[in-house]
Ligand binder design. Structure first.
Ligand code: ADP
Ligand code: MG
Ligand code: MG
Length: 255
């Protein structure tokens, strides 16, 4: 059973010639097969957590540890993290000009699996995954994220998730900007991956809406750079009714 363990994680960024601490001691354990939701107000540091786990160079880990099956994730390059079984879907996915979705998926799968997938079975695998996500076949020949709508970007992420079968998937605001139909398709994809029982999922979100479709085992409230409360699914209902105000010093935050 794969386990992602985050212990007392502190992360800083450089802004206006000063070092600013954004994450102030995050503790979290995500096991294969579990679904965790991290919910919190805008600006609380949720994406910073995702970036730090992804190994983004702008985010400096100033304290704490992150391990996957006991292996030091923070020592790994971005590629090594993917090969170790970490999957990260970013809130703002980047464009990859000149690289088609089809090539991108095959290259990623080759990197993660350690060998190129057999072409015949691979083509079938991709076709079926795209059908399940209601993605037009022509999409495979478009350049990654170039001119993609919000919904297309998110479907593409879930397509990667289904094909790469990571040990732990971190999805940052996969629900943002989706209409109800796209939200349902994306949620179904996450649930399929989840039902395999082989993936641990960390769902980062500002809104409770997606939790009507994806039922987390654990819910964590994130505020001011750390987890301030953890509970079961009932905590999401409480947040839906009461918002984050109780957790944020100085009252409500601007969106
Ligand atoms: P959330 O995802 O919860 O909305 P973020 O992690 O995006 O929060 O941001 C948390 C805080 O860190 C914000 O005050 C934001 O301005 C700051 N921050 C995040 N990334 C950077 C960066 N690259 N440079 C400067 N400040 C940043
Ligand atoms: Mg934000
Ligand atoms: Mg964010």
């Amino acid at each position: 059973m794969a386990t992602l363990e985050i212990r007392d994680l502190h992360v800083t960024v450089e802004a206006d010639n000063a070092t600013k601490e954004i994450l102030k001691g995050v503790d979290l354990t995500v096991k294969q097969g579990e679904t965790h939701a991290i919910m919190g107000p805008n600006g609380s540091g949720k994406s910073t957590l995702a970036y730090a786990l992804a190994g983004h160079p702008k985010y400096t880990v100033s304290g704490g540890t992150v391990t996957l099956d006991g292996e030091d994730v923070l020592e790994m390059s971005v590629d090594e993290r993917a090969r170790a079984g970490l999957f990260l879907a970013m809130q703002y996915p980047v464009e990859v000009p000149g690289v088609s979705v089809s090539n991108f998926l095959r290259t990623s799968a080759t990197a993660v699996r350690g060998e190129a997938p057999k072409l015949r079975t691979w083509v079938k695998e991709v076709k079926e995954a795209m059908e399940r996500l209601s993605i037009d076949p022509a999409f495979a020949e478009r350049n990654v994220n170039e001119g993609f709508s919000g919904g297309e970007k998110k479907r593409h992420e879930i397509l990667q998730l289904e094909l790469l079968k990571p040990k732990v998937a971190i999805l940052d605001e996969t629900d943002s900007g989706l209409d109800v139909d796209a939200l349902r398709v994306v949620s179904e994809g996450v649930n399929r991956v989840r039902e395999s029982g082989e993936v641990g999922t960390l769902l980062i979100t500002h809104y409770t809406r997606i939790l009507r479709y994806i039922k987390p085992d654990h819910v964590h409230v994130f505020a001011n750079g750390r987890i301030v409360e953890s509970g079961g699914p009932e905590l999401a209902d409480k947040l839906e009714n009461e918002g984050y105000e109780a957790y944020v010093k100085g009252g409500p935050v601007a969106g």
